[in-house]
Ligand binder design. Structure first.
Ligand SMILES: [Zn+2]
Length: 264
C-alpha cells in the first residue's frame, strides 16, 4: 500500500504573503490536490503581519472552500504564545516550548478556542479540524476542542492516523516532500517564509504519480493494531533521526555489528 500525501498551508491570515499564497493555491489547483489551510481567526502575531490587511480575506476563503479547492481548519486563536510549554509533543520531537494554549487552565483554553470558532463561524466558515500553533497543546486543549465539537487534529508523529483523547490525529511529519514507503504523510508549508526553490520540488512531487488525499479522507482511516505498532516504530525512528543524523545512525549500527561479530 503506497503512501498517501496531504499538503497543509499554515498561518493563513489577512496580512500574509499573498503572492506566495496564490502561487501555491494555483499549483495545488493545477494538480487537483486539496490542501488544508490553517486559518488564524484573529491574528495578533506580528511575525505573520507581512502585508496590508486584505479586506477580501474571508470572501476569498469562503469561495475557495465552496468551490472545493481547499479544506479549512482553525489554527489556534490569535497565534500569540503566552506560555513556554511544549505540551504533548514539545521539544522531545524538536518543537519549541511555546504555546498559545498548553499550560493554561481548561476554562481559559475553552474560552480562547470558542472565541476563535465564533469568529470563523461569523464569517461563514465551519470546521471541526484543528491545527495548534507551534504544535503545542495539552490534555485540556483536547478536552476543550472535543467539547466544542472538534473531531480531528492535524498533528502528531506517527505513520497512520490514530485516536487520542476523543480526537482523530492525522499525523504531520514533514516540511517538504519526502519519499515514504507507506502511511499517511502530511507536509506542512509556511508559505510566508518557504524558500523559493521549494516550489519546483513540490511541483515535481505533485506530478510524480504519488497519491494525494484530502485531510477529511485521511481522518476517516480506522485505527488498527498493526497501524499502532507501525506508529510506535516510526516515532522511534523520528526521534533517532532528530538525535543523530542518518550517517551517525549508520555508523553506530556498523560499530554495533562489528562488536557482535568480533565477539564470535
Ligand atoms: Zn502557525
Amino acid at each position: 500500500m503506497a503512501a498517501k500525501y496531504i499538503y497543509r498551508m499554515d498561518d493563513i491570515t489577512p496580512t500574509m504573503n499573498w503572492k506566495r499564497f496564490w502561487q501555491y493555491i494555483n499549483l495545488f489547483k493545477k494538480y487537483n490536490v486539496k490542501p488544508l489551510l490553517g486559518v488564524v481567526p484573529d491574528n495578533r502575531d506580528p511575525k505573520l503581519m507581512l502585508e496590508e490587511s486584505s479586506p477580501d480575506f474571508w470572501e476569498i476563503l469562503r469561495k475557495l472552500q465552496l468551490e472545493g479547492s481547499v479544506e479549512i481548519c482553525q489554527h489556534g486563536f490569535q497565534h500569540r504564545y503566552v506560555t513556554s510549554e511544549g505540551g504533548i509533543l514539545g521539544p522531545k520531537f524538536g518543537f519549541k516550548a511555546q504555546s498559545e494554549f498548553a499550560g493554561l487552565s481548561y476554562d481559559e483554553q475553552y474560552n480562547k478556542l470558542k472565541a476563535g470558532k465564533d469568529i470563523l463561524e461569523g464569517q461563514g466558515i465551519y470546521t471541526d479540524i484543528w491545527m495548534a500553533p507551534s504544535h503545542s497543546f495539552d490534555a485540556n486543549t483536547l478536552k476543550a476542542l472535543s467539547n466544542l465539537g472538534f473531531k480531528a487534529v492535524t498533528d502528531g508523529i506517527a505513520l497512520y492516523p490514530y485516536k487520542h483523547n476523543n480526537m482523530v490525529f492525522v499525523p504531520q511529519q514533514f516540511w517538504e516532500p519526502q519519499r515514504v514507503f507507506a502511511g499517511v504523510v502530511t507536509i506542512c508549508l509556511h508559505t510566508d517564509t518557504v524558500r523559493e526553490s521549494l516550489y519546483e520540488k513540490i511541483e515535481a512531487h505533485l506530478k510524480s504519480g504519488a497519491q494525494f488525499i484530502s485531510f477529511s479522507d485521511a481522518a476517516k482511516y480506522s485505527q488498527t493494531v498493526l497501524g499502532l505498532l507501525i506508529n510506535k516504530i516510526f516515532c522511534c525512528f523520528f526521534l533517532l533521526r532528530l538525535k543523530f543524523n542518518e550517517n551517525e545512525i549508520i555508523k553506530k549500527l556498523k560499530r554495533a555489528i562489528k562488536r557482535i561479530i568480533g565477539k564470535q
